[in-house]
Write a protein that binds this ligand. Structure first.
Ligand code: ATP
Length: 226
């Protein structure tokens, strides 16, 4: 019998919200993953410095998944110093889990369309399958026009007809999957908090309570020009 794949779900989670959590829950169940490891980024390579500390983003993610046996939080990127690249995280996980366990890197469609800007992105396919979740604003019909040529080539060569194909080999395939369409983003939540408008019901209450207790996101966003 094959061993169920492990899902790896990275992001800034600044803060974690129901868009992230439904993605992890639905892909974990639909693809029958053994578990989904949520891995908050330390110092993210792709974006401006986040407003709260990595430790705080990690803690909010822990609060969000507490009691859910399918979802686990992995703190390796926060513990690592310097920019955390997905390729390094997957290399480390592959070393720990052995060569035959299937790994699935879970991504929203917006993140997938940016993949060709990632450090050593071609090498990701040697370490994991890619599972792309639909996201409002990035409908699949718009992907061909938004994918740079090298990514489009990989996409058409690697697309698996059958999602359970991810159980049959350790890495290298691409699967796309519709999930509940939740037009929620962390930036929308940060904006609400800065404007003094409640983002309640867009993220779990324990996360919102933590934000309130620690007075997070009350000032303007830090951006690259500062
Ligand atoms: P921000 O608004 O700060 O850019 P975000 O809400 O997009 O943040 P990230 O932490 O950057 O959140 O995203 C982590 C991963 O979750 C990415 O792969 C992203 O595509 C996916 N994701 C985030 N929100 C959603 C959503 N509402 N639906 C589907 N995928 C999502």
């Amino acid at each position: 019998m094959s061993i169920a794949p492990i899902g790896i779900f990275g992001g800034t989670f600044d803060p974690v919200h129901y868009g992230h959590l439904r993605l992890a829950q639905e892909l974990g169940e639909l693809l029958r993953l053994a578990e989904v490891r949520i891995i908050p980024a330390g110092t993210p390579p792709h974006r401006a410095a986040p407003q709260v500390t990595a430790e705080q983003r990690l803690e909010m993610t822990r609060l969000a998944v507490a009691g859910n046996p399918l979802l686990a939080v992995d703190d390796r990127e926060v513990r690592r110093s310097g920019p955390g690249y997905t390729i390094d995280t997957l290399t480390e996980l592959r070393r720990q889990l052995g060569p035959s366990r299937p790994l699935c890197l879970l991504l929203g469609a917006d993140a997938f369309l940016e993949l060709a800007t990632w450090h050593r992105w071609h090498d990701l396919f040697g370490l994991a399958h890619l599972v792309i979740a639909h996201r409002p604003g990035f409908p699949p019909e718009s992907w061909p026009a938004r994918m740079p040529e090298p990514l489009a080539r990989e996409y058409s060569a690697r697309l698996l007809r059958q999602p359970f194909g991810v159980h049959l080999s350790p890495a290298g395939g691409i699967v796309t999957q519709a999930i509940a369409a939740l037009d929620i983003s962390a930036s929308m939540i940060r904006d609400s908090l800065t404007r003094g408008v409640s983002p309640r019901y867009l993220l779990p209450d324990p996360v919102l309570d933590y934000i309130g207790r620690n007075n997070l996101y009350v000032t303007q966003e830090v951006n690259e020009t500062r």
